[in-house]
Design a binder for this molecule. Structure first.
Ligand SMILES: Cc1ncc(COP(=O)(O)O)c(C=O)c1O
Length: 463
């Protein structure tokens, strides 16, 4: 296993906790945990841990990578289905319950995507949007069919797809002679890292240091129709509402049923656009092609990315015809957007989701996991709620719980924590029941270990 902390880079030797017998193994694990915690607070590099079971790696060096990520001390060389393998070979495998952050819905190295992408690489990767791209037209038609939208603009990420949506909303505003348009966005939202999308994002940590932010956004609480109604009443310049059907980065916040439908009615009444950000919720993850399809609602604009290309970068902004026609040649663009390689990967991904019944699988196994987690965690004081839709699952604790990610990692399970205290599970849609059982059992075990470690200790950071 390769790892890196700050500018120090290590790989695991075979002297890990498993090599230490019986009680000493428990004490060893406690000591290692303490060391990791201590080093996170005080030092960039664990002081004695490396000498126990890390060796300095000669061939990994992150000094030339900008430090925008707090990476875990592990890296992977290969993937297959739900599994990721470190450089140490087939026996050192991790169950990926995050799917590369909701990207690899078909798991790793899915044969349908491998063969489509390989074949396309050998045939044609990129030509630019100066010329017709048949695969782009085919993918646009398929996405419109699946979402009941009319036209697609392709780009390379979720943030860019949201940028396109915001630009389209502004074109719509100017078209109806609104010169200072505003878009309603919500607290705890996440829409990306470009300047406009980080402004739309309801998280100050994402915005800090990048001021001045982009004007033209009005923020309201999530899942609060009254707040939207009030904002629309007070601000006639509002031209759109941009909202996630489920706030994923914000803590797996699932709104009450009917929320989107009520927003849609308000939009209609105020001639505003309903823009849905399905970057994380789209492409089968919640059990429908798109999460809005759980309700009787049709957005004016919808964006998605992440799971669309199963790891090949692609984003898309879909719109109804009259809006789509506000874009004219040269008014927006992307060099790579919708190139043959990305479109071929997306077509193979969508086809596999369809032919293998993966939407139904996501719905079924999601319910199974939520029920299992609820049952096995019931009665534990530190649990606030277990919730989910399809294979977007959140376990909310009563206090910050980042250590659980490390505990799971020690147990060869990849999860993460969002909004400080919500364990997030985004397993691939190809998940099978035995994998679901491993995830549930491992997470429950790690939460128990965490609960024991904090018992009697007050949460000094919040509340
Ligand atoms: C709802 C939502 N919108 C937008 C984004 C940004 O996507 P990207 O990182 O591909 O730019 C994300 C990423 O997590 C997301 O979850």
């Amino acid at each position: 296993m390769h790892g890196c902390r700050g500018t120090w880079v290590f790989h695991l030797t075979n002297k890990g906790p498993k090599a230490v017998p019986g009680l000493s193994r428990v004490l060893f694990s406690v000591a290692v945990q303490a060391e990791i915690q201590y080093s996170q607070v005080r030092f960039r590099q664990p002081r004695w841990l490396p000498f126990l079971f890390f060796e300095r790696s000669k061939n990994m060096d992150n000094r030339h990578v900008m430090p925008t990520y707090a990476r875990k001390p592990v890296s992977f060389e290969q993937g297959e289905g739900v599994w990721l393998f470190s450089g140490k070979g087939k026996n050192d495998r991790y169950l990926d319950a995050l799917s590369g952050l909701a990207v690899c819905g078909l798991g790793h190295s899915h044969p349908a995507v491998v063969s489509a992408v390989s074949e396309q690489c050998a045939r044609l990767v990129h030509t630019s949007n100066l010329y017709g791209i048949a695969l782009q037209e085919k993918l646009a038609a398929r996405l419109c069919q699946l979402s009941a939208m009319d036209a697609a603009f392709f780009c390379n990420s979720g943030a860019e797809a949201n940028e396109a949506a915001i630009k389209l909303a502004r074109l719509y505003a100017h078209h109806k002679k609104e010169s200072a348009p505003a878009v309603i966005v919500t607290e705890n939202s996440f829409h990306g890292r470009t300047l406009a999308t980080l402004t739309a994002t309801g998280n100050q940590a994402v915005q800090a240091g990048y001021e001045p932010l982009v004007p033209g956004f009005i923020r309201v609480p999530y899942d609060d129709v009254g707040a939207v109604q009030a904002a629309l009443g007070e601000n006639p310049q509002v031209v759109a509402i941009l909202v996630e059907p489920i706030q994923c980065e914000g803590g797996i916040n699932i709104p009450r049923p009917g929320y989107l439908a009520e927003l849609s009615r308000l939009c209609e009444r105020h001639a505003a656009l309903l823009i849905l950000d399905e970057v994380q919720t789209g492409n089968g993850r919640t059990g429908k092609w798109f999460c809005f399809q759980h309700e009787e609602v049709q957005p004016d604009i919808m964006v998605t990315a992440k799971g669309l290309g199963n790891g090949v970068p692609i984003g898309v902004c879909l719109a109804k015809r009259t809006l789509a026609e506000l874009f004219t040649p040269g008014s927006h663009g992307s060099t790579f957007g919708g190139n043959p390689l990305a479109c071929r990967a997306a077509l193979a991904t969508l086809e596999t989701i369809e032919t293998q019944g993966l939407r139904a699988n996501a719905a079924r196994l999601g319910e199974y996991m939520v029920a299992g987690l609820q049952e096995k965690l019931s009665g534990l004081d530190c649990i606030r709620e277990v919730r989910g839709k399809g294979l977007i699952i959140g376990i909310e604790l009563t206090r910050p719980c980042g250590q659980i990610v490390d505990l799971c990692l020690e147990n060869r399970l990849l999860v993460n924590v969002t909004a400080d205290r919500v364990i997030r599970l985004l397993p691939p849609l190809i998940l099978e029941k035995p994998h679901a059982d491993i995830i549930v059992d491992t997470v429950v075990r790690c939460i128990h270990t965490f609960a024991e470690s904090i018992s009697g200790k007050p949460d000094t950071r919040h509340e």
